[in-house]
Design a protein around this ligand. Structure first.
Ligand code: ACO
Length: 333
């Protein structure tokens, strides 16, 4: 069974409600119908009757809840919540009403914040920045976490590295200004994401172009410092670095370059030193190794919101909704 089918089975057991606010895109309707047919989550679409009539024509939406942000009885509750959360940033009831009806992602995040839904999936026709900014502003991070980051579940066919070809890669999507403190935090969150979605033995490699001092540069120092911080802050974490990618993944190279490391040669959770490296790295594996790359999923956010690629298919949306439902279960704990 592929990882997405496993995740759907888990989602089915917890039955969460996920909102899809992009009702101006046909793929959303196709995905919504498939989700309720596969019966692993409840779906809320946010849109006007005109949106639904125009883009959702021909789909059987009888089992999908549709919330019209202009007539929803909960609308005033969301305006009040928006003002409460953003008053210090100058939010007024008038601005709140305008923003959440012009951009349904804000509406969806407010529904989530008020506990009326369990998670949000968007980004089929919005950029990553525009998708995640409302979530960062309204939902904020888990207490004790400074930054939200973006990870991928990578599934490489016919691969005996990682966890039978399965990996977590991070940060591939969010932080443009990476420092040692953030890298250490991303390492811990990525290990948790590994445990949530893949298995119970995360082995985290802090990647660099240097292995244990083989090169010297400020970029190498940044990763080495992150390793030190991570060991101090999260002593239970199985983590090592700085490691080159081959030392992280290939047992013989790991043994040669970093003998005795608990991670080298056996890493299954890869933390990249910058957003460029992470974003380019996952796409290389996806395109050249024909790996499945599921994400970017967000980690460190207080409630589950996930981004879609604008090139996504309805099937991709179905998969991300299943993963979001599983994250919603974990957010309950
Ligand atoms: N974690 C938590 N909160 C954050 C983070 C973060 N990583 N980044 C920003 N915030 C918060 C800020 O504190 C701020 O909160 P406030 O309004 O309450 O003070 C709010 O989010 C907005 O922050 P800004 O600094 O104004 O940031 P901006 O809105 O310009 O951008 C964003 C934030 C969207 C995450 C930006 O960093 C970004 O665009 N990152 C890259 C996204 C991207 O293009 N990724 C690659 C494509 S994805 C792919 O290929 C799969």
């Amino acid at each position: 069974m592929g990882i997405i089918e496993e995740i759907k089975d888990r989602a089915r057991k917890v039955r969460k409600t996920i909102a899809l606010p992009e009702t101006m895109d046909k793929r959303i309707y196709e995905a919504a119908v498939r989700i309720v047919e596969e019966d692993f989550a409840d779906v809320v679409l946010i849109g006007t009757p005109e949106d639904v009539e125009k883009y959702g024509a021909g789909y059987d939406l009888s089992k999908v809840r549709i919330v019209n942000p202009f007539t929803d009885p909960n609308r005033q509750k969301y305006i009040d919540k928006f003002v409460e959360l953003r008053a210090k940033k100058g939010m007024t009831p008038e601005k709140a009403e305008q923003q959440m009806t012009e951009d349904y992602m804000y509406y969806a995040c407010l529904m989530c914040k008020c506990g009326d839904i369990d998670g949000v999936v968007s980004g089929a026709c919005h950029s990553t920045g525009n998708t995640i900014r409302p979530a960062l502003q309204l939902l904020k991070t888990v207490p004790g976490i400074s930054s939200v980051s973006g990870f991928f579940i990578i599934e490489v066919p016919n691969c005996d590295m990682g966890h039978n070809g399965r990996f977590i890669f991070a940060d591939c999507a969010v932080n443009t200004d990476m420092d040692s403190q953030k890298l250490a935090e991303i390492a811990m969150l990525s290990a948790e994401s590994f445990e949530e979605f893949i298995g119970d033995d995360p082995k985290v490699a802090m990647l660099s172009y240097s292995t244990k001092g083989s090169a010297s540069h400020a970029d190498v120092d940044k990763v080495a410092e992150a390793v030190k911080i991570a060991h101090e802050m999260y002593p239970g974490l199985v983590l090592d670095g700085e490691l080159q990618l081959d030392a992280a993944l290939v047992p013989e190279v790991g043994e040669l370059k970093s003998p005795g490391s608990p991670v080298a040669g056996h890493a299954n959770t890869l933390v990249f030193p910058s957003l460029e490296a992470g974003n380019i790295g996952y796409k290389l594996v996806q395109r050249l190794a024909k790996a499945n790359a599921y994400g970017p999923l967000l980690q460190g956010l207080s409630l589950p919101v996930n981004d879609l690629s604008r090139g996504c298919s309805a099937g991709d949306i179905v998969g991300v909704v299943a993963m979001t439902a599983v994250q919603a279960q974990l957010a309950d704990r």
